[in-house]
Design a protein around this ligand. Structure first.
Ligand SMILES: [Ca+2]
Ligand SMILES: [Ca+2]
Length: 375
């Protein structure tokens, strides 16, 4: 089981809320927007076949990227409750299921690794958000001694706890950052092929720009994650454990205190430790959450599905974010779930489900991958 990292003393919750809790709440708290419950909302078309454009790659694929020829697919998720491993959340923000077209693009075969991010930092001197002390002007009521650089770390209690308060298993840890994912005593030595974590949205954008890439739109991410399947619950099909096989790095055992790691990993696994989907992409479900470019709103799909007879072309999300649970927080979309996902709490390893995170907050289960458009 994970060693409990040091719980910070004297860090006011306003700082934690500003730097940390937003992402935690964003990703894990059940969101119950009214999407789909109002009369007059489009019902959506349900799932229809994915049609691939079958265009050849316009040139040689960049290293470690896969060409996705694009096409038309059904985006979203039915209510997964009642399905095996479907979890307890209705996922209303992932409906209506609606038709979307995406143009072709390249996508990283895996999540961005520590080695890849280290090369970026070595080349640019980039300093991540988690390595930068919070600014006094952003937290005017906080004592100066509490404005310390750090990030959010999964800090499980011993023994069972109620699952209605995520502060029981998340802590703001000074000194936690991508080089020290769970705090100053931790290290990524020997973990070059692990996904980089403790990455805020700006950090992911900066890396992508340096690499000549960009973050995927949510639609591109889901098209790629589905691997050519239509309406499947997972990137590989409808069975969570086909022939008893673990297909993704998630959580087994009672959450959050006792990870039995039947899939072999308590924390993040080296990228591509689990089978690829139909497009050759690894870890589109589980391992670490992946930032997308889009702002998060729970009603995005209701807006996008307003013309159900016309596939929406290359949607890039709303112009601003809004989360009714935390209206003041700027949030971008996160997708795919993580090694902490379980049907007891957060079943967002389900391929059509949506997550979200406050943009300045990393955590030790949040990373990313990049895409590139043809010239
Ligand atoms: Ca695991
Ligand atoms: Ca992932």
């Amino acid at each position: 089981m994970a060693v409990r990292p040091p719980v910070p003393r004297g860090i006011p919750w306003p700082i934690v809320q500003g730097l940390a809790a937003a992402a935690v709440v964003a990703v894990f708290v059940i969101v119950m927007p009214r999407v789909g419950r109002r009369s007059g909302r489009p019902a959506g078309r349900g799932f229809e076949a994915t049609t691939s454009a079958t265009t050849a790659p316009p040139g040689q694929s960049p290293e470690a990227m896969v060409w996705i020829s694009g096409g038309e697919f059904s985006m979203g998720c039915d209510d997964p409750r009642g399905k095996p491993f479907g979890g307890r959340e209705p996922m209303p923000d992932a409906r209506p299921v609606h038709r979307v077209h995406v143009d072709g693009f390249w996508i990283d075969r895996t999540e961005v690794t520590n080695d890849q991010f280290a090369a970026f930092v070595a080349a640019t001197g980039y300093v991540t958000v988690a390595e930068t002390p919070p600014r006094a002007e952003d937290f005017p009521s906080a004592p100066a001694e509490n404005l310390v650089a750090g990030s959010i770390v999964f800090s499980p209690p011993e023994g069972p706890v109620s699952l209605d308060n995520h502060y029981q298993w998340w802590s703001y840890v000074p000194g936690a950052n991508w080089r020290h994912p769970t705090g100053p005593e931790s290290s990524i030595e020997g973990q070059g092929s692990h996904p980089v974590v403790q990455i805020a949205h700006d950090d992911a954008v900066a890396y992508a720009s340096w690499a000549g890439k960009r973050l995927p739109t949510e639609a591109e991410w889901e098209f790629a994650a589905r691997g050519g399947l239509s309406g499947a619950t997972y990137p590989w099909g409808d069975e969570f454990l086909p022939a008893g096989r673990q297909m993704a790095n998630t959580w087994q055992g009672p959450f959050p205190g006792a990870n039995t790691a039947e899939d072999g990993f308590v924390f993040a696994s080296p990228v591509a430790s689990f089978p690829a989907n139909g497009y050759g992409l690894h870890d589109m479900s589980g391992n670490v959450w992946e930032w997308c470019a889009d702002w998060y709103r729970p009603d995005t799909y209701a807006r996008d599905a307003r013309k159900p007879d016309q596939p929406l072309k290359n949607p890039s999300g709303p112009n601003t974010s809004h989360d009714p649970q935390e209206p003041g927080q700027a949030k971008r979309v996160l997708r795919g779930g993580s090694f902490l996902c379980t049907d007891q709490y957060c079943s967002r390893y389900i391929v059509g489900t949506r997550g979200k995170g406050e943009v300045s907050s990393g955590a030790n289960h949040i990373g990313f991958r990049c895409v590139r458009s043809p010239e």
